[in-house]
Ligand binder design. Sequence first.
Ligand code: SAM
Length: 421
Amino acid sequence: MAPVFSPPLHRQRHQFVIDFVKRQKPQKVVDLGCSECSLLKKLKFHREIELLVGVDINGAIIKKKMHGLAPVSTDYLQPSYDQLRIELYQGSVTQKDMRLRGFDLVTSIELIEHLTLDDVERFSEVVFGYMTPVAVIVSTPNSEFNPLLPVLAGFRHSDHKFEWTRAEFQSWALKVCLAYGYDVEFTGVGKAPPGQQERVGFCSQIGVFHRLGGRESSNVLSDDDAEDGFSYTLLYSINYPSLRDNNILRRVLVSEVLYWAEKLKRRWMEEKTGERDEAEECLRASEQRIEMEEKQTVEQCGREVLEVQEGEDEEVFWNNRKGQQESCILHRSVSVPLAVLWSCCPKVSALSGSLSNLRHLLMDEPNVKLSQDGSAVLLQEQDLEEEEEEEEDNDVEDSGYGEASQCPHSAEQEGDWEANI
Ligand code: SAM
């Protein structure tokens, strides 16, 4: 069946949540009845979220696609300062679990109509009375819209226990607000054809609940509540790499320092040996803007290294073994001052914070060789041609890596009638 809505209704529901997240910037979000985690997969890109949790009674449906929530290679290669932890649980929204308290946002998208009316009461108590999140988004079918849906007889899905009119949904929602201290706004997604919107309302009706008193209102756990403990089963958890993890910060800093130090060394050697040929210049001029900026920085810094060498004693920055220059060419090293790296390479300075911190962070790094006084990175002098050959080899390897690192994107499964509209 061709979708009735464009974009399809399930996307509109998810977009509604995403727009809310963009505006309200919640840090802890749980999606109840998360099914195949398709909403969670979209929410994970909103990096103000630090804890993203999914719950579904059906563990098998969670497991089907949960690995699509794992970090991809760019998350490891270019981690940010943001933190993200994802947890998935098998459990029922009619049961309490301590780990679900204290959230900023709970979403329940097309879930409540799968519960019996008794269980809807339990759901209300668990979500609004026990979890007490700052905000709750509940979406459910609006039965008044059903006559406009082609070839629909009965409910929109065989597992639905009810489908409410707008008045029924609003009556439940207002009772919840009164009982648990929330207020609610009613809206929806899936507009009716022109002229019919007021009469039938949205296809999916949505209630957006806000806890009275907002984030500041208290969220105290009674002794009875504390006994509920952990009733859900953890199926999956993952921490995204973050620069707030010291090990990751060091790893990124080291690779950045080595990358820039190599670039500076290369530039300096080109200047020194006069091997920059015109073809190379031409090629470089056609590189992307970002590469150009990088190159400008390198050139500027390269001159600084050069200036220092020429102004002072050359052996410090170029040949450590002046007397053995001819016979020990492989052992010569180039010295790149940390001060130059720190002032010329924005990412190095951002990651390290200060020059002394940079020195401190690099001190025990096995992959970085520092000069005896710790003020410079020492690099082995290498023949330029040799280096170019190596780069070519790396390019070949990189092309394979690029393919492997592509984000595994799988189409959402849209198995039922409800999902397809
Ligand atoms: N929220 C999903 C989305 O937007 O893509 C779709 C939800 S699907 C229509 C309903 C989900 O609710 C199913 O995955 C079902 O397993 C789950 N469910 C039903 N009863 C539940 C309960 N008592 N506790 C938790 N999940 C439940």
